[in-house]
Design a protein around this ligand. Structure first.
Ligand code: GLU
Length: 435
């Protein structure tokens, strides 16, 4: 059976690159009905943190990459020592004593040429004459990355090592260890580097943000997974929206690009919008509820769920991230809406008391207060006043929402309701007129 592993170190959050490595491993396992093993590389006690571990596990679960088995290297020190000692007894490794009398175990590297068969990059030759003897177990008793990695991959029966390009230089050292320990060498697949759109390596500023931060910003996991998928692979027909089940049936590790992938956040936003459009408003509304409660837009125990769902429906096609809803739809929840200064100057600096008053009167008379009738009323009004619709549409919108853009005005009026519409328009009716 094919077995792959994802091996994060809990010394930091799960970032885009790690998410992509996890995805390709998970996908490869699913595509071949194999096992996806999660291995926590926590040998460095000083740098490993529980918070990072939790964050990594939560992010993987949120992305939907369920693991079949999980191991912690910190619980396997005896296994590493046993294997290192075996090499010492066979003369393939030796013990080095430090001045304080502490013992490290060192692997004797014999000069040779090593060929790595990489499923993505093809054959790569390394000249191991330049590789120095390798530490297996440090004098503090902890194993080195290369050694623990090989012992684990072999004893966990990993058939394919799929990881980032940055580990390519470790591969010949690891192959020497497989050979010395008498283990089978697994298949290797090194995923291309991810570069920033501006060029160069990813940094926080250039989008190398933790998966959990994308989650907090309101990206949908399906969209992020689809986006990660395209960082190095495509189904081959220029299609960009690929359902994960379909990806499982089409994915082939050999078809992964050799050249670096570029992280394009605009494209991620576009992708997220595509997924928001397709996602049920009810599901999105439920996802938003905690945030709306936190913002005090709604009360935890007492809110009109259907109303929120309708509003999400109204906005969802335009949202880039789900959380945009919080800023864009604020006027539906708050009474004291902030009016954009520029918009006020542009659309509300002339006195529209007469027009607003007439509109309010007409709305009040409406027996059926629905979107169609609201629109009819408005059309009547502009005809009566003999003005163009836009002379009034923008001012009304700014008065009601504080913004110049948003959903259709008649929908806005409908969902605000008669009373709130009236109140907000009245704020712009001058005193003398109002009397
Ligand atoms: N812990 C290593 C890392 O996070 C794993 C490398 C590997 O997959 O072999 O980069």
């Amino acid at each position: 059976m094919m077995r792959v592993r994802f091996a994060p170190s809990p010394t930091g959050n799960l970032h885009i690159g790690g998410g992509r490595t996890a995805l390709f491993n998970w996908l490869y396992a699913k595509a071949s009905r194999g096992a996806f093993v999660l291995r926590i590389e926590d040998t460095d006690a000083a740098r490993s943190r529980k918070e990072y571990l939790d964050e990594i596990l939560q992010s993987l679960a949120w992305l939907g990459f369920n693991w079949d088995e999980i191991y912690y290297q910190s619980q396997r020190f005896d296994i590493y020592r046993e294997h290192a000692q075996k090499l010492v007894s066979e003369g393939l490794a030796y013990i080095e004593k430090s001045e304080e009398g502490k013992e490290a175990i060192i692997f004797r590297v014999s000069p040779q040429k090593i060929k790595v068969r990489d499923l993505i990059r093809g054959d790569i030759e390394f000249d191991a004459t330049t590789i120095k003897d390798q530490v297996l177990i440090k004098s503090d008793g902890t194993p080195t990355y290369n050694f623990a990695c090989v012992v684990d991959d072999a004893t966990m029966h990993i058939t394919h090592v799929v990881r980032g390009d940055d580990h390519i230089s470790n591969t010949p050292k690891q192959i020497l260890l497989y050979k010395a320990l008498g283990f089978n060498i697994p298949g290797f697949a090194h995923l291309p580097l991810i570069l920033a759109k501006e060029g160069g390596r990813l940094s926080k500023r250039k989008g190398a943000t933790a998966i959990s931060e994308y989650r907090a910003m309101g990206y949908l996991p399906e969209a992020l997974v689809n986006y990660l998928l395209l960082l190095g692979w495509s189904p081959g027909d220029n299609r960009e929206i690929i359902d994960i089940c379909e990806a499982i049936s089409l994915f082939d590790i050999k078809a992964v690009n050799k050249t670096a992938a570029v992280l394009d956040l605009d494209k991620l936003d576009w992708m997220n919008n595509q997924y928001l459009k397709r996602t049920d408003a009810e599901k999105l509304a439920d996802q938003l509820m905690p945030l709306l409660v936190e913002k005090k837009y709604i009360a935890q125990e007492n809110y009109d769920r259907q109303y929120v769902v309708s509003l999400v429906q109204l906005f969802k096609d335009r949202l880039c991230v789900l959380n945009d809803f919080v800023d864009w739809a604020d006027f539906f929840f708050l009474d004291n809406i902030a009016v954009d200064e520029e918009a006020r100057g542009k659309f509300l600096s002339t006195d529209l008391s007469k027009e607003f008053r007439l509109f309010i009167e007409k709305l009040e008379k409406l027996e059926i207060f629905d979107i169609i009738h609201i629109e009819e009323t408005f059309r009547e009004l502009v005809q009566q006043l003999n003005i163009q619709s836009r002379a009034l549409i923008h001012p009304i919108r700014v008065a009601l929402t504080g913004k110049t853009v948003g959903p259709g005005l008649f929908e806005v009026i409908y969902y605000l309701g008669k009373e709130r519409t009236k109140k907000r328009l009245m704020r712009w009716v001058t005193k003398e007129e109002a009397e």
